[in-house]
Design a protein around this ligand. Structure first.
Ligand code: CMC
Length: 378
């Protein structure tokens, strides 16, 4: 057959599908802005609550606006009893499968589920942002045979998550680490999970469909799953002195160093710079500097790759932070998801505002006009 001549862009590499005002990435120098604000400032000076207000409302809030928004988040932390039952029924599954299922079930209790207006989508995004930590923490406790812990309205979003997970109020410095981690994961343009969310929205499916899709797509190790794999690698390496040889052997065998490489960044992912400092300081504070040292040695061994633009990404140090905070490793991706729900919401709102069905094409390269042979003659 003669192949149709098409411009094939496998993996949609460097394809722009629309315009956005939510985030800007300069992959060459490693720069990330949310609504024009540099994440270097937001991660050091803002809170997750303020950052998501910025993303959702396209402006920094006044104190009164932030207080009201914080109240709205807190008021939405509880889950319907039926969702708790579903979590119980699915408790042996991976936390991302439970989160995906719970978000899907929440759609059936959402009075505004089919309302795709900007206002309703924003309200539902706030609700899902507030509910996700309760889902993840509740599941983590139920599967260990412990009672779920009700949200505490005196605690901020990140501190409340740690409280619901561990059953005691976290140190402010530990809560701040998760707060910052959420800020750094909040939005990132048209990454694979946001693209998935936008595809769902482009068919005029609702926000719960889009977020369910986002959670599903995020689960893969090429996207959100890398943090868990990085920490597994660090544990496998075990000693700093073994890191260089481990990396050489892994690469020689055709393997990939998780937490390295990115479709857009050719420089160090700016988010990882903040997490790197946090991982080092936390390791020292916890009397376990070894994990940071191992990861630093992996980074050194990856220098020839970094010179080719395969640099450390957001997932490289985040796993060490979660590990040092005693968070079970299969919860790492769910933490990414909790941070990303505002980003998915903003992407879906943008998609709805100026909607076009996302429907690319595939070039057919199979046989043509094959004669159908009845089953008894094959
Ligand atoms: N270790 C070793 N080699 C790598 C790595 C890595 N982590 N990442 C890319 N490469 C090499 C790859 O082998 C290929 O080499 P060659 O051209 O010789 O065949 C080249 O770099 C280009 O790789 P690619 O797979 O075509 O690049 P991509 O843009 O499709 O992949 C990626 C991006 C993130 C899937 C990939 O870098 C990867 O698998 N990294 C490890 C997983 C990871 O850390 N994922 C988290 C991404 S950041 C969180 C997020 O926002 O999703």
């Amino acid at each position: 057959m003669t192949e149709e001549k098409v411009e094939l862009r496998r993996g949609l590499r460097d394809v722009y599908i629309d315009r956005t005002t939510s985030s800007f990435i300069d992959g060459k120098i490693g720069k990330l802005l949310y609504r024009g604000y540099n994440i270097d400032d937001l991660s050091e000076k803002s809170t997750f609550e303020e950052t998501i207000y910025l993303l959702l409302y396209d402006k920094l809030p006044t104190q009164a606006e932030l207080d009201e928004f914080d109240g709205e988040l807190k008021a939405n932390r509880h889950l319907p009893e039926e969702v708790l039952q579903v979590i119980e029924l699915t408790k042996t599954a991976h936390p991302m499968d439970v989160l995906r299922t719970a978000v899907s079930v929440l759609a059936t209790f959402e009075p505004e589920v089919n309302d795709n207006s900007q206002e309703a989508t924003l309200r539902k995004g706030v609700k899902l942002t507030a509910q996700a930590p309760t889902i993840v923490a509740t599941h983590a406790r139920i599967r260990e045979g412990k009672d779920p812990i009700a949200p505490d309205d005196t605690l901020g979003h990140a501190a409340n998550f740690l409280y619901m997970l561990f059953g005691e109020k976290p140190l402010p410095e530990d809560a701040r680490l998760i707060d910052k981690d959420f800020i750094l994961h909040a939005e990132h343009g048209i990454n694979a999970s946001s693209f998935g969310a936008r595809v769902a929205a482009s068919t005029q499916a609702d926000l719960h469909c889009a977020v369910t899709t986002g959670v599903a797509v995020l689960k893969g190790p090429s996207h959100g799953g890398a943090a868990e794999e990085v920490m597994k690698m660090a544990l496998d390496i075990g000693e700093e002195a073994r890191a260089e040889q481990y990396v050489k052997d892994l690469l020689a065998g055709g393997g990939r160093v998780m937490g390295f490489g990115h479709r857009v960044y050719r420089a160090v992912d700016p988010r990882s710079i903040h997490l790197k400092d946090d991982a080092r300081e936390l390791g020292e504070r916890k009397g376990q500097p070894k994990w940071f040292s191992i990861l630093a040695s992996v980074t050194k061994a990856m220098e020839p790759y970094s010179r080719r633009g395969i640099c450390q990404n957001v997932d490289f140090f985040s796993g060490a932070i979660y590990y040092l905070l005693d968070i079970p490793d299969d919860l790492f991706i769910s933490i990414f998801a909790m941070g990303r729900i505002p980003g998915w919401t903003v992407q879906v709102m943008e998609q709805f505002k100026n909607n076009i069905l996302l429907r690319p094409r595939l070039q057919y390269v199979g046989p043509m006009d094959v004669e159908y042979v009845p089953i008894d003659q094959r």
